[in-house]
Design a binder for this molecule. Sequence first.
Ligand code: NAI
Length: 462
Amino acid sequence: MADYDVIVIGGGPGGYVCAIRCAQLGLKTACVEGRDSLGGTCLNVGCIPSKALLHATHSLHEAEHNFAAMGLTGAAPKVDWKQMLAYKDDVIGQNTKGIEFLFKKNKVDWLKGWGSIPAAGQVKVGDTVHNARNIVIATGSAPSSLPGVEIDEKVVVTSTGALSLPKIPRKLVVIGAGVIGLEMGSVYARLGAEVTVVEYLDSITPGMDAEVQRTFQRILKKQGLDFIMGAAVQGVETLKTKAKVSYKLRKDDSAHQIDADVVLVATGRKPYTDGLGLEGLGLETLPRGQIKTDAHWATSVKGIYAIGDAIEGPMLAHKAEDEGMAVAEVIAGKHGHVNYGVIPGVIYTTPEVASVGVTEQQLKEEGRAYKTGKFSFMGNGRAKAVFQGEGFVKILADKQTDRILGAHIIGPSAGELIHEICVAMEFGASAQDLALTCHAHPTYSEAVREAALACGDGAIHA
Ligand code: NAI
């Protein structure tokens, strides 16, 4: 008799969602988590705490820049950094305790400790070996290292350290203009730090629509972020409470240095599978360390599945959650499915940036016939009323069939707006379907409809 039908290793968004769904489907389930709280990187040191700091500092920005224009006078609030961190920690606590409650409600056992897999069908936590008919690896990812850069989480930090700095740095150097670098860079720029982003490529946010990249970088520059583009970081020298970042410009190979009080290394993440004992199991991995899985998240070892950042695909909490639900269904004998063509990506800066489906560059490379409908938030009354007229919605549709192939938004609440287009894409909708749908006025969503109209006979307010 196995102790459990399913043991999920990892209590992040992939793992905890998987465990809850397994239990809901009638499977006896446990989830192994070694942190003191559930929720993984996302809830403890990632998505959620960064959103708290983004919200707090956005509020400060509003007070400093827009209150007076609205007739709200008086001195802008002073920053109590300790309290801001306490607020962030309180948000984390509320969310992680919420998962604990959901585990109890759904009768998922939390096996506290770090798990390993001594053999197929077995999970070891501490000194105890538990038997499980199925094992799901959902161990997530860790920041990837950069040669010549030693992380101490004090002066040279990853996103984890950046969320709990003892004080606001005067000079912050961010290595990497990806999602983490720009979100955390925005936080500290709003708090008054001098922020310089050093990026290897010639454009920010790799893989994103080129027009969005350009607009986004222009807006961030206006907000005070400085960019050194086409620069390969060679190393970071730490001198007690300061650091020197050395980089070479790719265009002429010239060497440069820049000083910082704090350096944030945000050059990507790598799958985290340390200590699981994958080698002993003969479980196949890919060259970049991800666990190899088939279309049903089964690994090369029978009865062991893997999901989330530990396998291929975008390292996003919601992608892991979807895989967690789907693999639970597969294990329960149902038909779990994830539509990898409709996974949105969101950057929670101000303005927000969101995308789904293909980019215009991909369509060009594939030689596909497409049309573009674009609408600027300058034509959206609601956006202008809240000082957010910058940015646009861009919808890409098949030239012949009008089917929506992708969408790219930079503007207010882009991270919410994108889901209307995700739903439309799931239903195989055409741009005209969106254009014919009544949208409430005044809403930001009208910009989505206008972009859909622009795929046809034209937007009204353009
Ligand atoms: P990223 O992959 O988004 O960006 C890393 C950047 O670093 C790239 O632009 C790359 O060209 C640059 N880079 C690499 N080596 C460099 C060097 N030596 N010198 C200068 N630049 C260099 O990685 P990031 O921002 O660390 O995020 C990690 C993962 O976490 C991503 O997969 C991201 O999607 C996910 N994440 C998602 C969030 C969201 O959905 N809002 C928030 C935070 C993270």
